[in-house]
Design a protein around this ligand. Structure first.
Ligand code: BLA
Length: 492
């Protein structure tokens, strides 16, 4: 391609998903305008569900629809995106699920056939299954696996997986149930561009996304004005052609995904796949949504507990380390650098204090290299804590040739006078990332609209990097901040 990668990725973000002007054909929809209480839009297939054609329906007033539960829906539909106003009604002998989504301009009504019934008792069993038994001590992996196992019982899919986002929005499959004969995705990573921000944002508005058939022709949603209706809250919204292609490349015809929110942020998604077209009844979908919401709550409690536990253990660690600083004898300082290196899983540590350097012994740290690094970093205007997996990314240090100092963390204890600072170093280590297909977008094709097309292979593709130190974790950075705060008090 001739377009730069940045432009290609930006083009992926431009697709107005909510203005596709089409729906999926497993249901039908109509729209009643607020001001006039008149039907101003309907999907081309609406007659097959309620016996009225688009041309008959458009222009009708709400009271002329009183033989349908629509009037009721109109009065109830006050809660955008809510499932509270979804219910079944038999029309011409066919059991239909109706749901309404109210917006400022009017009310969107969606209709789809329904057969399945999940009983309260069955649902209670599923809810119980995702909770730890009294007395058991579940780790995060146990919570994840139990959720996926439970959903696998509810949903008629060949694959159910839990996908967790990382900070840069790429993600990893952390739990999976998949039938024999399909390639497992467990532990594989997927690049952020597989779910563009514009698609991730939709999960903040919708409790799930159901794609009934990635190969189906969409159905036109006709409006009086000719302008496409906003389908943000629609469960029937047509599938992005790019994503339809992605699914086909993956061998998936039906997919159903549910967001997992934590503290208002998209933490991950549950994704279910089937290789042939499989209908997932609206009631089963709502139950799955509800179960995942329930899980999100339970898991958020678990995460808070884990975080509290981590903070407490870091405080203990900091108190143990800072105790050595009470008496700044050189014995104590030598002990301190050794203990700090250990606490950070760093191979070496250096401390500059009162015009003196203290080093971890036998750690391969070259004092002249350290001098060069310090000359460059001590005035580096970044935050009080500076860290890199590869020291060569720091301006002025691109040519440092020393394995002992590849990963670096600088903790400035005393920023203003620049008189006290810690350096932590990690050696390069071989790190392997397993991707589902080569994530290098520059190798992918671009379509006629200048939009990147999805990759064709999801085969395990391993990226090996032996040049960097192990990444500095959130826990490392938190420890650095806490240690700094404790030591500063002892310096003044
Ligand atoms: C949507 N991409 C999605 C969705 C998922 C993924 C889950 C939401 C819709 C759904 O549930 O199917 C990706 N699905 C995954 C991943 C796994 C999975 C990572 O099961 C892991 C196992 N996609 C591309 C490129 C573009 C792109 C290059 O690969 C853009 C140029 C776009 N993805 C894209 C779009 C959507 C999407 C536009 C929204 C589709 C829609 O809602 O209609």
């Amino acid at each position: 391609s001739t377009l730069p990668l940045k432009t290609l990725l930006a083009n992926c973000e431009k697709e107005a998903l909510h203005l596709s002007g089409k729906i999926q054909g497993f249901g039908a929809a109509l729209f009643i305008e607020n001001e006039s209480l008149v039907v101003t839009a309907a999907s081309e297939n609406v007659a097959s569900y309620i016996g009225l054609s688009v041309s008959t329906l458009i222009g009708l007033k709400v009271h002329e629809l009183d033989w349908l539960p629509l009037g009721v829906l109109y009065n109830l539909g006050v809660n955008p995106g809510s499932r509270a106003h979804a219910f079944n009604e038999s029309v011409y002998g066919q059991q239909l699920n109706f749901r309404s989504h109210r917006s400022d301009s009017g009310i969107l009504i969606e209709i789809e056939p329904t057969t399945a019934k999940v009983t309260q008792r069955q649902y209670l069993q599923l809810k119980t299954a995702i909770l730890p038994n009294i007395g058991s001590d579940w780790k995060e992996q146990d919570y994840w696996e139990q959720l996926i196992t439970t959903l696998n019982e509810l949903l008629p899919c060949e694959r159910v997986l839990l996908y967790r986002f990382n900070e840069q929005w790429s993600g990893e499959v952390v739990a999976e149930k998949v039938i024999d004969g399909l390639q497992p995705y467990l532990k594989l990573k997927f690049p952020a561009s597989d779910i563009p921000a514009i698609a991730r944002q939709m999960y903040h508005q919708n409790p799930s996304r159901y794609i009934a058939d990635s190969g189906a022709e969409p159905v036109n949603f006709l409006t009086v004005s000719g302008a496409p209706l906003d389908l943000t809250y629609s469960d029937l919204r047509s599938v992005s052609p790019i994503h339809g292609e992605y699914m086909q490349n993956m061998g998936v015809r039906t997919s159903f995904s549910i967001p997992i929110m934590q503290q208002g942020k998209l933490w991950g998604i549950v994704s279910c796949h089937h290789s042939s077209v499989t209908h997932i009844d609206s009631h089963v979908r709502y139950q799955a949504e509800s179960l995942v919401k329930y899980f999100s709550m339970i898991f958020s409690t678990f995460q808070s507990k884990s975080r509290l536990f981590l903070l407490t253990s870091l405080d203990q660690e900091v108190s143990r380390l800072s105790h050595l600083m009470v008496n700044k004898s050189s014995d104590n300082m030598n002990m301190l650098v050794a203990s700090v290196a250990k606490a950070f899983a760093a191979q070496s540590c250096a401390l500059f204090l009162n015009d003196t350097w203290y080093f971890t012994a036998d750690s391969g740290l070259d004092k002249s290299v350290l001098g060069d690094i310090d000359k460059c970093c001590r005035w580096n205007a970044s935050d009080v804590i500076l860290h890199e997996q590869d020291i060569r990314n720091i301006e002025g240090l691109a040519s440092v040739q020393c394995d002992a100092t590849r990963g670096i963390m600088l903790i400035r204890l005393n920023f203003e006078f620049d008189s006290a600072r810690f350096y932590l170093f990690r050696v390069p280590e071989k790190q392997v990332t397993h991707w589902a297909g080569d994530p290098d977008k520059t190798k992918q094709k671009v379509n006629e609209k200048g939009v990147l097309t999805p990759r064709a292979s999801f085969e395990r593709w391993s990226e090996v990097d032996g040049e960097k130190g192990i990444p500095w974790s959130k826990k490392d950075i938190l420890l650095a901040k806490k240690l700094r705060a404790a030591l500063i008090r002892l310096l003044t």
